[in-house]
Design a protein around this ligand. Structure first.
Ligand code: GLA
Length: 513
């Protein structure tokens, strides 16, 4: 199909150029090339080309986000045309667009994903569309990449997105790095300072991507972060545009990997974004990730590779093969109990996929951002720890309450997340409003989490006794021992997290196959 499209473009760009004759209503009223100034940035509508040959008509739409999109089922009647536009997500049905000739201009209206487009196009030369064509991007054949030896336990760090979105700059990142150290978070294990979407500027004539004016010197920033015993992460997309509309790595994966390595980058989050409109099969998505995975490995620098394609296409079964160290299992988290619980209880990926070197990424944490109660945030961290998920903080570390800091630095909970066996936990049973989750640990013991999913405090002594028998365990959040038969209750949306089993009394657990 690609070959056919390219042949079509070749045919179109040699169409006679210039404005079609202003003969509204004539059969060829829409023929030619039309250029759009001031159309919304999403999807960045740049040009439309239509050609009619006898009874047949073909046409294409050129966009910043998805490159060239063919008009499907194009029907022209006088000065009006309708066509079907493929939506960016291959999971959604096409939408109907219309084009209407109005004097010297055409008006294009339609919907792409959530954006309504209503733009006016003026006649242009056929050759003008060349600058809207995406660069060539031959995808590699699929094969298994070697393990990069990184992320033996789930990565821990911080990312700018959940709190700052794209309102970020060099000074803020430096202050966050300082706060990471001063708060004790670094010493509790949080090491990566990840710049998410919003750092990118433009490519130069040689194709090299530069940061925008908010990041004057990425290498100097990496040096600053490294000098504090921390590591620096960055963000890009396999598509031409990132989700917030910044420049992506499409057609430039190898060059961008080299640029990141030269800056001293230690972690890359690679977010599908506009790539979903271009890589339309699971195989193509996989190849696009493998392309960057291989490019990162070719730099010779150890760079953790974080896949973000929202958990589609059973990514947990192939994330490692494309060089990934972690892969998102869901769409974006929000700072609400409902959003966090949906991911944590239901869409955290398959436990069997997780293990040293490759982890289910339940998304960045919202703890400290204010939308949940302290008990709900404890549940948040516990769910992530029980599932061996990366712990990437998402709050403003410069302004953190003591409660938030204490919660995030709880050594017993972090130790469960970072357990070297790397066996992700799973739901054991549901007992009324209580969900019991269990995780095997390297010392032969287990972590058991009792989550109260209701909005009322519930008694839990009975269900805990069913697991503990006559032995006692330590509650990870409070550090207190909990004897069998104790009368305990769990607050609304809260959790009790037990660590049981002594290293000397039990054989080390075998890693699940
Ligand atoms: C997507 C990702 C988020 C974040 C934003 C940035 O929505 O899933 O985690 O990186 O893009 O634009």
């Amino acid at each position: 199909m690609k070959a056919l499209l390219l042949a079509t473009v070749a045919a179109l760009v040699v169409l006679p150029s210039g404005a079609p004759a202003p003969d509204a209503g004539a059969p060829a009223a829409l023929n030619g090339t039309w250029l759009f100034d001031g159309a919304p940035d999403y999807p960045g509508l740049r040009a439309v080309q239509i050609a009619q040959y006898g009874g047949a008509a073909i046409g294409e739409v050129f966009t910043d986000w998805y490159g060239m999109i063919p008009m499907r089922s194009l029907e022209i009647s006088g000065d009006t045309a309708t066509f079907q536009m493929e939506t960016p997500s291959p999971h959604d049905a096409p939408t109907t667009w219309t084009i209407h000739r109005d004097g010297d201009a055409i008006r294009v209206t339609g919907k792409i994903w959530y954006q309504h487009v209503d733009a006016e196009g003026r006649p242009g030369s056929a050759a003008a569309v060349a600058r809207f064509l995406l660069p060539p991007n031959p995808l590699p054949k699929l094969h298994k990449l070697p393990d990069n030896g990184l992320a033996r336990t789930p990565p821990m760090g911080w990312s700018s997105w959940n709190h700052f979105a794209d309102k970020i700059d060099d000074a803020t990142i430096r202050q966050i790095a300082d706060a990471m150290v001063a708060s004790g978070l670094r010493d509790a294990g949080y090491r990566y300072i990840n710049i998410d979407d919003g750092w990118q500027g433009e490519r130069d004539a040689a194709g090299v991507l530069h940061p925008n004016a908010h990041f004057p010197d990425m290498k100097a920033l990496a040096d600053y972060v490294h000098a504090r015993g921390l590591k620096l992460g960055i963000y890009s997309s396999p598509g031409p545009k990132t989700c917030a509309g910044y420049t992506g790595s499409y057609g430039h994966a190898a060059r961008d990997a080299k640029t990141f390595a030269a800056w001293g980058i230690d972690y890359l989050k690679y977010d599908l974004c506009s790539g979903e409109g271009i890589f339309r099969t699971a195989g193509e998505v996989k190849a696009a990730y493998q392309q960057m995975g291989a490019a990162l490995q070719a730099t010779g620098r150890g760079i953790v590779f974080s896949l973000c394609q929202y958990g589609r296409d059973a990514v947990g079964t192939w994330g490692r093969d494309v060089g990934g160290n972690l892969w998102r299992t869901s769409s974006d988290i929000e700072d609400t109990y409902a959003s966090m619980a949906k991911i944590g209880f239901a869409t955290g990926g398959e436990a069997a996929d997780a293990g040293p070197g490759g982890w289910n990424d339940l998304d960045m944490l919202e703890i400290g951002n204010g939308g949940m109660s302290l008990d709900e945030y404890r549940t948040h961290l516990t769910l992530w720890a029980m599932q061996a998920a990366p712990l990437i903080l998402g709050n403003d570390l410069r302004h953190m309450s003591t409660e938030t800091r204490d919660l995030l630095t709880n050594r017993a909970v972090i130790a469960i997340d970072q357990d070297p066996l790397g066996a992700a936990g799973q739901r054991l049973r549901v007992a009324g409003p209580i969900e019991v989750w269990s995780r095997s640990l390297a010392d032969g013991g287990r972590a058991l989490a009792y989550f109260n999913r209701s909005d009322k405090r519930v008694a839990a002594g009975g269900t805990i006794a069913a697991d503990l028998g006559t032995s006692s365990a330590r509650e990870a959040w409070t550090g207190r021992p909990l004897a069998a038969g104790s009368e305990v209750s769990i607050p609304a949306h809260g959790v009790i997290l037990l660590r049981i089993g002594a290293p000397h009394s039990q054989k080390p657990a075998a890693r699940p196959a």
